[in-house]
Design a protein around this ligand. Structure first.
Ligand SMILES: [Zn+2]
Length: 399
């Protein structure tokens, strides 16, 4: 048994506790939360930390396999410029370079307080890193294609990758990449009942392509010798919604150019959507921020992701929280922490184990130090580190 105390505890499922103590069993399972009336100090049987305790972070959108591209792609190119640059840089590195960078990123993520990740894979290059990691990974096997002849080979590759993931004990599901990159036939062929993680409305050019058949993405596809999907007169999200079943568990990622009308249409069509935001990546690529206030007002399940090191300086959600705290200073830290923990756990279908300090869960304990404890705000100096965690076992993945 372990008793850990700090100036504040953020249980997430209930209000913050001042001078709280959390009690865990040897497996990391939460047994109890308490707030003693006397001043806390280090005493026998209690570890005391200066700062706040939160459940382990859940990064709902990451591409570990792009970790070697840190700093390689210029900022503010827009989505079309980013895609073109990514394709050119990816080919310049070996699988071994990608694997080594992924291994390092995984170790840093765990040490800084991340316990679970929704991670996109286009290949199996990171599978061994993920299967050997103490972090829980849900691997999204991502496929895309704009040519009819791409469909059968993509389905075949998705099956091959899913089998490789299963062999290594990784939880995985097959997902289309984005509406602008995926033929309707491909959506249908990839529908296998697992969670989808779809890049959605990351750029205004994505909406323009579907609404009017023009814009930078349209031009990019023509320059690559590809036929862009025909315009439908509606924003890109409707392309996804047409192919998602009502019960489809769906992470819509980015949503930088999603309107309230788009949100309502999505919520009416699909009952299990997590709106996954990657603000630092949006600033890097598009120099824009997602419609956070609209999503809050709608009561959306908000999750946070970092995207990859190709469009972000860090994979630690603490940096996303610092950015959001700077841009939306009126939003309480407790609410933002919910997005970084329970929001992501819900998105990945792991809310019964992770994301909050509730009895019976094993969410990990992340220490946030160098906070402004009077105002309960993050500061530029705030750091995060994992204090403890019981890793969900292979059997947990199939509960
Ligand atoms: Zn992404």
């Amino acid at each position: 048994m372990r008793r850990i105390a700090a100036h504040y505890i953020f249980p997430i499922s209930s209000p913050p506790i001042r001078n709280g103590i959390i009690t865990l069993d040897d497996s990391g399972m939460v047994l109890n939360l308490s707030a003693p009336s006397e001043e806390l100090r280090e005493s026998e049987g209690v570890e005391f930390y200066s700062g706040a305790l939160a459940p382990g972070f859940v990064n709902a959108h990451c591409h570990l396999e792009l970790s070697h591209l840190k700093g390689a792609i210029p900022q503010h190119t827009g989505l079309a410029g980013f895609i073109a640059s990514l394709a050119a840089h990816r080919a310049a590195f070996s699988d071994e370079q990608a694997r080594r960078a992924a291994d390092l990123a995984d170790a840093q993520l765990y040490a800084s307080g991340t316990v679970a990740i929704g991670d996109i894979s286009n290949s199996e290059v990171t599978f061994e890193v993920k299967s050997g990691s103490p972090v829980f990974y849900h691997t999204f096997i991502e496929r895309f294609g704009l040519r009819r002849e791409d469909v059968a080979p993509n389905v075949c590759m998705a099956q091959k990758l899913a089998a490789a993931a299963a062999t290594l004990g990784l939880t995985a599901s097959v997902t289309p990449h984005a509406p602008y990159s995926t033929l309707p036939e491909m959506y249908e062929a990839l529908a296998q009942g697992g969670i989808w993680s779809i890049h959605n409305q990351e750029s205004d050019d994505e909406n323009l392509l579907f609404e009017k058949g023009e814009g930078a993405l349209h031009e990019l596809f023509l320059s690559m010798g590809l036929t862009p999907l025909p315009p439908t007169g509606k924003p890109s999200i409707y392309h996804t919604l047409r192919h998602a079943a009502e019960g489809q568990r769906l992470l819509l990622v980015h949503n930088t150019y999603t309107s309230a009308t788009d949100y309502d249409a999505a919520a009416a069509r699909c009952k299990n959507i997590s709106w996954t935001l990657c603000p630092a990546s949006n600033l890097y690529i598009e120099h824009a921020l997602p419609p956070l206030r609209m999503l809050r007002a709608k009561g959306a399940n908000i999750a946070l992701g970092t995207d990859s090191l190709a469009s972000n300086a860090s994979l630690n959600l603490l940096e996303e929280l610092k950015l959001l705290a700077k841009c939306f200073s009126d939003i309480p830290l407790s609410e933002m922490l919910r997005w970084a923990t329970l929001g992501g756990a819900t998105a990945l279908g792991r809310e019964h184990i992770l994301g909050s300090f509730e009895k019976g869960k094993r969410p990990g304990v992340t220490l946030l130090s160098n906070l402004d404890l009077d105002k309960l705000k993050l500061t530029p100096e705030t750091k995060s580190r994992l204090l403890t965690r019981k890793i969900p076992t292979f059997a947990d993945n199939f509960e």
